[in-house]
Write a protein that binds this ligand. Structure first.
Ligand code: HEC
Ligand code: HEC
Length: 337
């Protein structure tokens, strides 16, 4: 009896040791401990006209805050905001997500919006992925990109949010399925030092920054189990299905199967209109938001895209979808890769 008990004790001990080692090496302890978060501060961002203007440019254009956090009519090519619901939040209308993702009401309404949240609660959510209630945000909210926003740009976005007309709009809570709900706790990373202005000294450097915070890669780099596929940066193939229909993202690298036939003028036109000559792009490609960008910024994005590694990967939404062995997705011309 004693010996059996001892054997059981030793086995339990071994299992625990193995489990501890396994968790340490694989997913880490964060899913059990809760996300890494810094304490909130009492900082506030002074409302200045310059910040308001810059904040509008960023939030209602490049960064897409008003794309996801507004109620929109996806049946129209320019995806307009409906019923003055700018910034009032919505359930994210995509299929295939691990749960119900609710982009919150960001207007200053005190009950259903962010009227009672502090500037630093917003700042921490935007760049560090911690919700106002301390939870880890699902990374569909692109906080990993926004991490690169300078302190001044962050302040500008928040000053803009404070200027929105308050809209009373209650939404259900985000509900993420098990085990994703716990796994995402390892994603948020606190920022404890200042984030300086980016280097915008050449068009290519400016473009690199705009592409990083503008989320081109979030859609245009194919993913596998939530991770970008190595060597396939900006090479397209990721599938987006929802109120806009079904579309695979395009290969926007410079190679023959990418944007080789583009010139700067065509690129600017496509990003402003959502049309490649006569071909209409799916509205999930947010040209209706990028059209607000200045010529200088759009040209810088193009200049940067010319410098990235060309990837051989044919994607064409006008062809019947077939399985692609390069990216593992089912998209037009997939079988020819
Ligand atoms: C691709 C869609 C998308 C974009 C772009 C986006 N968000 Fe979000 N955002 C979400 C979703 C979805 C959530 C909810 C995530 C969750 O509940 O886990 C969220 C959550 C938030 C929260 C946290 C709300 C809370 O409960 O504490 C804030 C604040 C926020 N977003 C602000 C912004 C701002 C500001 C921008 C632009 C700089 C932005 N978002 C861009 C989709 C988006
Ligand atoms: C929310 C996802 C999403 C984001 C963000 C996004 N795109 Fe797209 N993009 C798409 C999809 C989907 C298509 C394919 C649309 C189609 O074929 O109907 C596309 C198509 C394009 C095309 C047209 C290529 C062709 O077929 O000729 C260009 C150019 C492009 N995107 C550039 C960009 C750039 C640059 C950025 C960042 C500034 C960006 N996209 C951000 C989803 C996205």
């Amino acid at each position: 009896m004693k010996r059996t008990l001892k054997a059981v004790g030793v086995s339990i001990f071994l299992v625990v040791v193995l489990l501890v080692g396994f968790i340490g090496l694989t997913i880490g302890w964060q899913p059990f401990l809760g996300p890494r978060a810094r304490p909130l501060t009492s900082r506030t961002f002074e409302r200045t006209p310059q910040r308001l203007e810059r904040g509008r440019y960023l939030a209602d254009g490049l960064l897409g805050c008003m794309d996801c956090h507004s109620v929109r009519d996806w049946s129209k090519h320019d995806v307009p905001v409906v019923n003055n619901m700018m910034g009032a939040g919505d359930i994210f209308p995509a299929k295939g997500l691990p749960g119900r993702m609710v982009a919150s009401n960001l207007t200053p309404d005190p009950e259903t919006g962010v009227g009672n949240w502090t500037d630093d609660q917003l700042a921490r959510a935007i760049r560090e992925g911690i919700g106002h209630d301390g939870r880890a945000l699902f990374p569909l909210m692109p906080y990993e990109d926004f991490r690169h926003l300078s302190d001044e740009d962050l302040a500008s976005v928040i000053v803009f949010l404070r200027s929105l007309a308050p809209v009373r709009h209650s939404l259900p809570k985000t509900e993420i399925i098990f085990p994703v709900k716990y796994l995402i706790r390892s994603i948020p990373q606190p920022l404890t030092g200042p984030v300086p202005e980016p280097d915008l000294s050449t068009p290519v450097k400016r473009g690199a920054f705009l592409v990083a915070v503008g989320g081109c890669g979030d859609c245009h780099t194919p993913m596998k189990r939530g991770q970008p596929l190595k060597g396939m940066e900006l090479a397209g193939g990721e599938i987006f299905e929802g109120l806009w229909g079904r579309a695979a993202t395009a290969n926007i690298t410079p190679g023959p199967s990418g944007l080789s036939y583009y010139d700067e003028a065509l690129f600017v036109e496509v990003l402003r209109t959502g049309f490649v000559k006569a071909r209409k792009l799916s509205p999930i490609m947010p040209s209706w938001a990028f059209r607000n960008l200045t010529d200088e910024d759009l040209k810088a994005i193009y200049a940067y895209l010319r410098t990235v590694k060309p990837v051989k990967h044919r994607v064409d939404n006008t062809e019947a979808p077939t399985l692609c062995k390069v990216c593992g997705k089912v998209h037009g011309l997939g079988s020819q890769n």
